[in-house]
Design a protein around this ligand. Structure first.
Ligand code: 7RM
Length: 664
């Protein structure tokens, strides 16, 4: 009898059902815990006892020009943190460290994709930032203005951001891979006055021109832009870079000759620091706003404790792009606020070889690596010979962000990259949260592969049911029930949309849009976006759990699971699967994987169809686009695919899906 006719199943009707069980545990390594910044519950106890006092303590770690008078003013859903306080973010990230005698410490080891390198100390970075700040002034940028930034991952990118922060202009970084249209839309929404860009950047050995996109964006609108400041990154490799008279100026002509001092503006704690656009379910991207004091407080706190930063000895590498929030918070503001030494890498995973990352870790003796599950699963697919060819013993903490990390990918990361010695901190957060919210602390938390473990000190996360009632175990919706310092302050220019998107579904609570479950020991497990949850015969099955069961099979590197319309069961489960290098696809393999899922989590979760593929459609920040896969599975028209990292993947998938037998 088919599962869907069973009405006695206690899970049926649950908000989101939990099937996947993972019982391996990893306590903090002894040596690491002994030297860790925190190895007990004291931060949690302090935050539980006095939540505002706890955040005030963290805020006092920063340098304030004027002390704050209030900690939190909460007028749901509008928060003001550290009212009355004045500070400057670039002063906190630079001057303060130089004044403390750390001027010669390296802020960034820059590694360009072609292999060019630059070492930039805190004193040098401060000088560069002051010059760039003066240059922005000379181009007419004033406190309160907006500046758009559209650049490759080169040192001038953090310099540009910090220069904006120094003079009190808000930046809006637009990822360098976005189109002219996307750039124009974002400039227009924020009414940016100046655009900072480059002639181009390097990708897989090829120069990629950027300035032509800028010209296209500006020719069709974006009239607020008065000047374009252009870094010469490609030089002779971009011989055709056109400069518009009176509008465009070269960075080296405009910045290099400026005075190396520029007084930092004393900003109010709630002044706008930046806008970062995220695309949601609708076409119009949302300009997420972050402000000054609360944002810097929480990114500095989380960066320090989640990665156990010993700034005098660690070499930290966050391999995200600065164009995403991960880069803002954990390449630029968090690490610099903590006087850390970071690697900044321009390029891709596999240029010139599939061991590029591991050669970087070996060369710089990287001790902390922070990256996305999509990268880890790609490395799994490529095999262990690439990391094992390099000395990775400098590593001591590993981080993951952006998607649920499947337990097997976690174990692979732990074993083959971390040498079974480095805690893996799986960090859950969002552009909107500004900073890490749910994550282990490496010296404190006993890890479970695939779980982001617990809310950090000072964070109130709750899983709620359809009615918004908090549940203490099982699956439901992830919410945040108290404000936090680095929370978004709204959507630029659209207060109503802010309220509607985040605060309308559950009264008094922020709804993150993610499903989550809490296990018997209180661990949090992220289950994917709730829009992706599948409904099979009335069972609410999480995409993440089925994907993790597939990746658990020794031949599978990556899997994306979607629910496709089904006349009998409502939805049926379709799995797109990438095998590890060298495994042959044959007719029986699909059946073996379907069985594996049924054994691992139950017959209800058995995929109806398995489609093998070499690649999956991902956003440019590496998240699997399940919505698109659903369209493929249901044979729908795909519409706009420009947000894809590689649009050709979808065509291939469509052909394969069409070749599938209709019934099983
Ligand atoms: C930092 C970032 C946010 C969405 C979020 C989740 C997913 C991020 C994890 C995760 C499971 C994680 N910002 N997500 N981290 N899911 N475990 N550790 O990614 O705004 O681009 O995306 O990403 O769905 O809501 S983001």
């Amino acid at each position: 009898m088919a599962e869907h006719e069973d009405t006695t199943d206690p899970k049926r009707g649950a908000t989101i059902e939990d099937y996947f069980e993972e019982d391996r545990t990893f306590p903090p390594p002894e040596g690491l815990a002994a030297a860790a910044l925190t190895a007990d519950r004291s931060l949690f106890d302090r935050a539980d006892a006095d939540f505002e006092g706890f955040w005030a303590d963290q805020a006092r770690e920063l340098a304030w020009f004027e002390r704050f008078e209030t900690v939190l003013e909460w007028d749901l859903p509008f928060a003001k943190w550290f009212g009355g306080g004045r500070l400057n973010v670039s002063y906190n990230c630079l001057d303060r460290h130089v004044e403390a005698g750390l001027g010669d410490r390296v802020a960034y080891y820059f590694e360009g994709e072609p292999g060019d390198t630059r070492t930039i100390t805190y004193s040098e970075l401060l000088e560069e930032v002051c010059k760039a700040a003066n240059a922005l002034h000379s181009l007419g940028v004033e406190r309160g203005d907006r500046v758009a930034i559209y650049m490759p991952m080169i040192p001038e990118l953090p310099v540009a951001m910090l220069a904006c922060a120094r003079i009190g202009a808000a930046h809006s970084v637009v990822f360098g891979g976005f189109s002219a249209d996307a750039l124009r839309g974002r400039i227009e929404d924020a009414e940016a006055k100046v655009l900072i860009t480059a002639d181009g950047g390097w990708r897989r050995g090829q120069p990629v021109a950027l300035k032509a996109n800028v010209d296209a964006a500006l020719s069709g609108g974006a009239a607020s832009i008065e000047h374009v400041l252009v870094v010469r990154r490609l030089g002779d490799a971009a011989p055709d870079t056109a400069m518009t008279d009176g509008r465009d100026v070269w960075w080296h002509d405009t910045v290099d000759g400026q005075p190396a001092h520029c007084p930092p503006e004393a900003m109010e704690s709630e002044d706008l620091l930046f806008i970062l656009y995220t695309s949601g379910t609708t076409a119009q991207p949302k300009g997420i706003m972050h402000t000054t004091g609360g944002y810097l407080t929480q990114v500095a706190f989380t960066h320090k404790y989640v990665f156990d930063i010993h700034a005098d000895t660690d070499i930290y590498w966050c391999a995200a792009d600065v164009g995403w929030v991960t880069g803002h918070s954990y390449i630029v503001y968090g690490p610099l606020a903590n006087a850390a030494t970071s690697v900044l890498y321009e390029g891709t995973l596999d240029h010139p070889g599939r061991d590029r990352w591991w050669s970087i870790i070996e060369a710089y003796k990287v001790s902390i690596l922070y990256c996305a599950p999509t990268a880890i699963r790609t490395f799994m697919k490529w095999g262990t010979e690439h990391p094992t060819a390099h000395d990775l013993t400098s590593l001591r903490v590993l981080g993951s962000v952006g998607e649920p990390i499947n337990p097997e990918a976690w174990i692979w990361y732990w074993t083959h990259i971390g040498g079974s010695r480095c805690p893996v901190v799986d960090t859950w957060w969002q552009t909107e949260t500004g900073a890490i919210m749910i994550s282990p602390l490496p010296g404190v938390t006993t890890l479970k592969p695939g779980s982001a473990t617990f809310p950090l000190p000072g964070i109130s996360a709750e899983v709620v049911d359809d009615a918004g009632v908090s549940i203490d175990r099982g699956g439901g919706y992830l919410t945040l029930s108290r404000p936090w310092p680095s929370m978004l302050r709204g959507i630029y220019g659209d207060t109503e949309r802010y309220r509607e998107t985040y605060w309308s579904r559950f009264e008094g609570k922020y709804f993150a849009g993610d499903g989550a479950k809490i296990d018997d020991e209180g661990y949090f497990w992220l289950l994917g976006r709730v829009d992706d949850v599948m409904n099979v015969s009335g069972h609410r099955v999480s995409t993440t759990e089925v994907e993790s069961a597939l990746v658990d099979h020794p031949t599978v590197a990556e899997a994306a699971v979607v629910g496709a319309l089904d006349a009998t069961t409502g939805q049926s489960i379709i799995a797109f699967v990438t095998l590890i290098s060298g495994v042959e696809v044959d007719a029986e393999h699909g059946e073996a994987l379907r069985k594996h899922v049924a054994t691992k989590i139950g017959p209800i979760a058995r995929p109806k169809t398995i489609i093998f593929t070499d690649d999956l459609p991902k956003t440019r920040s590496g998240k699997i686009m399940r919505r698109l896969l659903r369209d493929v599975a249901e044979g729908r028209d795909l519409g706009d695919t420009t947000t894809l990292a590689d649009a050709s993947v979808v065509e291939e998938l469509r052909n394969r899906a069409a070749a599938q037998p209709g019934e099983e």
